[in-house]
Structure formats: structure tokens, C-alpha cells
Write a protein that binds this ligand. Structure first.
Ligand code: ZN
Ligand code: ZN
Length: 298
């Protein structure tokens, strides 16, 4: 929203709510808005700290080059490329990552192999001789921004500080990209386990879900852990749908889990599964596997 509209709305609000209140003059209000910009923010609590820090890093870098727009005509293009790179990491990158890929940036095995310890490394059976336009865009844009900062800052002390800040932002962005790859790898592993799940096995996924009480609009997990409030733990029980006759006996055992959890008095447990019929079955499209699942919140 533009400052003129904000001020008009504010004046209208003052008039409606308390007509005897005399608001500041328009020019003072413009000065205030100029010094502390109004912005709309969504509340993002408990998002993992990789995403929170990378989000701040992208904003921070954009701010660094926005200040240079007048000095350098590349700034606008760099801001645009930075936006594109951020959008790519949020969207298509997750689809591009695979267990094996000719693009080094997308290859899980290559990315997760320890470069020094052979025990933690695996060789790829392919070359990494292709490149991804979007991954290159991120690297190239960050390199170009670093160069631009070096070229436009004359004071040595200031340049030193600016570069230090820039490099910490860059690390945060790269850490987020690495985190995305690790989480995709974990998902692939889960899919793999479910593919091999036999009829007399169940798959349990235990996870800490969230706590209440927001403090900040963008709150990383590091600040979230020590928070008071109610913890939610979620357990998902999955079984292959083929063994319909065993179904009841297996899910009856889950009541044991229920009883244990109730010992923690403040934690409420709800069985969210309701009617656990075929409609709720998760179907793996590739293998046409069908699973029954129950979700427990405790
Ligand atoms: Zn590879
Ligand atoms: Zn890519």
C-alpha cells in the first residue's frame, strides 16, 4: 500500500473514531512513514531455522544492493535474479533433486558424500557434466553481487564489514539449499521403506509437531524450543492395505500408545483418524500401493 493511501486511511480512521483528536500534519506523517516503512507480514512461527535465516538473508542482500541502485545500473537486474533464485529454491528445486542426476547440484549421492572420508561417500555411476540454469543463476548472482559491493564501496573499513555481512547471508542461503536436499533425501528413503513394507509390518513416523504462543512474526526453531506452551507430538501409523483381515488387531494395539501418553497430564491426545476407511488410504501413484493410516496427536 502506498504512503498516500495509508495516510488517507489513517486520517479517516481518526475522524471516525475520535473526532476531537487532532492528528499530525500530512507532511509529518509522510516523514514518519519514510523513516519506518509500513509492511504486511505473515506470522511464520516454528518454521525451521534454515528457512527463517535464508529468508532474512535474501531480504538482507536485497537491501544491500537496493542502496546501490543509483550507483550501479546492474542493481535492478541483480535484484530480479535474486528474486528468481529464491523462488526457484522454494519451488522447482525440490522437484529437480534426485538420487542420481547428471547435474551435480541435483544429485543426492554426490551432494551427501563426504569429500574426505571414504566410509561416508558413495561413487556415482554417471558423470556430472550437465548444469542447471536456475542453480547457476543463484551462484552467479551471488558472485556478481559480491563484486558489485566490492566495486561500489570505497571506505575500506565499511567494505570489510559489508563483505562479512554478505558472506554470512550467502552461507545462510547455501545452508538452506543443503537442508532442502537433505529433507528430500529423507523423503525418498521413507518412500523406499513404504514400497518394501510387507503385509505383517507397520511403519511408524513419530514427530514433534508444534507449540502454541507466537512471539515474533518470523520465529526460528532455535527460539521456539525453549518456549512454554503445549507440545504436540504426532505419530502416524501406516500399514499395507493388502492385509485387511489383520487390520483390527493391529490398530487395537495403538490404544497402548494412547494410555502411555496420558500419563503426561497436560498433553491432550486426540485420535484424528475418525473413519479410517479406504478414502483416507494414501496411494503411491507409481506402484499403485495403497496404505491405511492412522494419525495420533499426543
Ligand atoms: Zn551423481
Ligand atoms: Zn537446479
Amino acid at each position: 500500500m502506498g504512503p498516500t493511501r495509508i495516510i488517507d486511511q489513517y486520517l479517516l480512521y481518526c475522524e471516525e473514531m475520535c473526532s476531537d483528536f487532532e492528528p499530525l500534519g500530512k507532511s509529518s506523517l509522510f516523514t514518519i512513514l519514510d523513516a519506518c516503512k509500513a509492511s504486511t507480514r505473515k506470522s511464520l512461527q516454528g518454521i525451521n531455522y534454515f528457512a527463517a535465516e535464508a529468508g532474512e538473508a535474501f531480504d538482507g542482500i536485497r537491501k544491500m544492493i537496493e542502496d546501490k541502485v543509483a550507483l550501479h545500473n546492474d542493481s535492478a537486474r541483480l535484484i530480479e535474479n535474486l528474486k528468481r533464485a529464491r523462488f526457484y529454491l522454494k519451488s522447482d528445486y525440490k522437484v529437480h533433486v534426485a538420487r542420481s542426476s547428471n547435474i551435480a547440484d541435483h544429485c543426492c549421492v554426490y551432494a551427501l558424500s563426504d569429500p574426505e572420508k571414504r566410509d561416508f561417500a558413495q561413487d556415482c555411476d554417471h558423470e556430472h557434466n550437465e548444469s542447471c540454469a536456475e542453480c547457476s543463476n543463484l551462484t552467479r548472482t551471488l558472485n556478481e553481487i559480491e563484486r558489485l559491493l566490492e566495486e561500489t564501496e570505497e571506505d575500506e573499513e565499511l567494505l570489510h564489514r559489508t563483505l562479512k555481512k554478505f558472506r554470512s547471508y550467502r552461507e545462510a542461503i547455501e545452508a538452506w539449499k543443503a537442508h532442502l536436499l537433505r529433507s528430500i533425501n529423507q523423503d525418498l528413503c521413507r518412500e523406499n521403506l513404504l514400497d518394501k513394507l510387507s503385509n505383517d509390518e507397520i511403519y511408524l513416523n513419530l514427530d514433534w509437531a508444534m507449540k502454541f504462543l507466537p512471539i515474533k512474526s518470523r520465529e526460528p526453531q532455535s527460539e521456539f524450543f525453549g518456549k512454554r506452551g503445549i507440545s504436540w507430538h504426532i505419530t502416524v501409523v501406516m500399514k499395507n492395505d493388502a492385509s485387511a483381515e489383520d487390520e483390527n488387531s493391529i490398530f487395537d494395539e495403538d490404544t497402548d500408545v494412547l494410555d502411555d501418553s496420558q500419563q503426561i497430564i497436560e498433553h491432550e491426545m486426540t485420535d484424528l483418524s475418525g473413519e479410517n476407511n479406504d478414502d483416507n488410504g494414501v496411494i503411491d501413484k507409481k506402484k499403485k500401493h495403497s496404505f491405511k493410516y492412522k494419525v495420533f496427536v499426543h
